[in-house]
Design a protein around this ligand. Structure first.
Ligand code: CUA
Length: 387
């Protein structure tokens, strides 16, 4: 009993010794750990902007159902969708038929133990050979007729007064020209309901692919061809579009938005596009300059814009006429910066101009790291005011 008690005491003593040694060790260790932590913390604080932008903020993006057959929103896509489901049904039937017969054959005709010899051969059986040649031929013929019919319908120009829209792929954004309406925009397509549209799809550089999965067929944007897409919209809404062919580093950020709206709304949008982007900006079309509403910051921003090389790449109606980069006339009213690369906000725009590669590595636009914080702020304020 005594020895048991002393053993327990010893155990208890041992435990307290261990914990004391451990706590000493922790205390000894805590100094270098704290020092290391401090150094790492300071380094992180210095790197804060780049750490924060390691995952840059992205705009809300709802690409919709992954395949057009799941949610078509134009007669053309309904036709493609019907074709898809029809083909899928035929394939499923063939698959089911083959599988059932395969299983039946395995169960019914596998040699039983003790069973020997060669089964009865059907080689040279004309009836069987004609049957299994005719059935697939018939199935493929039906599929072929329906496909050719759909291709012919979808690829035929529509009747009525057609609206021509020029969709031009660039590395990495989309230019949309409505020549007849004297409107040019970027990454945001507005289309009227019920009006037959003829898209002229081309490219300014490499091969891109123009596709809005719910609205129109996919087609290559090729630098030398004028590829046609005919479509007539019948369901209002906001849809997603994108480039669907790898075209370089920023292929992923070549998104666009399609706004399908009533003719009245579309006409209002066209009228808005014709208006000077901001009160106070000289408007070439009307030859007037109204400066009453202009704030000094916006005016300072416009000066930064015109005094720098922005003007040689971008167009702002009445201010500059560059055509290398997207038209910025109504930039502030668009949904994103950089074709889906960043949300449209004054703060993001500042960072974008400072170094667009933070959001879109490989982008052709150079960094404007030499601009002062004050100039950047004024420039971003001006650009976002272009509504
Ligand atoms: Cu343009 Cu991919």
């Amino acid at each position: 009993m005594q020895s048991l008690l002393s053993a327990r005491r010893c155990q208890g003593h041992g435990r307290s010794m261990v914990s004391r040694v451990a706590s000493n060790r922790v205390r000894l260790l805590s100094r270098p750990v704290a020092l290391c932590g401090g150094v790492v913390g300071a380094a992180l604080a210095m790197l804060a902007p780049s750490v924060a932008l390691a995952n840059p903020p992205r705009p809300y993006w709802h690409p919709g159902p992954p395949w057009a057959p799941l949610a078509p929103a134009t007669p053309e896509m309904h036709q493609i969708s019907d074709l898809f489901w029809g083909m899928l049904a035929i394939s499923a039937l063939v698959f089911l038929f083959v599988t059932v017969f395969l299983i039946l054959s395995v169960v019914r005709y596998t040699a039983k133990p003790g069973q020997g010899g060669e089964p009865k051969q059907v080689f040279g059986n004309r009836a069987v050979e004609i049957t299994w040649t005719l059935i697939p031929t018939f199935i493929l013929l039906v599929a072929f007729i329906f496909t050719v019919n759909a291709i012919r319908d979808i690829n035929s120009p529509k009747q009525g007064k057609i609206l021509d829209i020029y969709a031009i792929g660039h590395q990495w954004w989309w230019q949309f020209d409505y020549h007849s309406l004297r409107v040019t925009t970027a990454d945001e397509l507005h289309v009227p309901l019920g009006v037959p549209i003829h898209f002229h799809v081309t490219s300014a550089d490499v091969i891109h692919s123009f596709w809005s999965p719910q609205l129109e067929r996919q087609i290559d944007a090729n630098p030398v061809n004028d590829n046609a897409v005919y479509v007539k919209y019948d369901t209002p809404g906001v849809y997603s579009g994108d480039c669907y062919e790898y075209c370089g580093t920023e292929h992923a950020f070549m998104k666009y938005r399609v706004v399908v709206q009533s003719t009245a709304q579309f006409n209002a949008w066209v009228a808005h596009e014709h208006r000077p982007p901001v009160a106070g900006t000289y408007h070439a079309a009307s030859g007037t300059k109204t400066s009453a509403l202009n704030t000094s910051l916006v005016a300072a921003g416009e000066k930064v814009y015109t005094n720098n090389t922005c003007v040689s790449c971008h167009t702002i109606a009445g201010v500059s006429g560059g055509v290398v980069g997207p038209n910025l006339t109504h930039l502030g009213s668009r949904w994103t910066i950089g074709a889906g690369a960043a949300p449209m906000s004054e703060q993001v725009l500042e960072q974008w101009i400072h170094n667009p590669a933070t959001y879109k590595p490989g982008i052709i636009m150079p960094a404007y790291t030499f601009l002062s914080k004050k100039d950047l702020h004024a420039l971003a304020t001006y650009l976002i005011s272009l509504k």
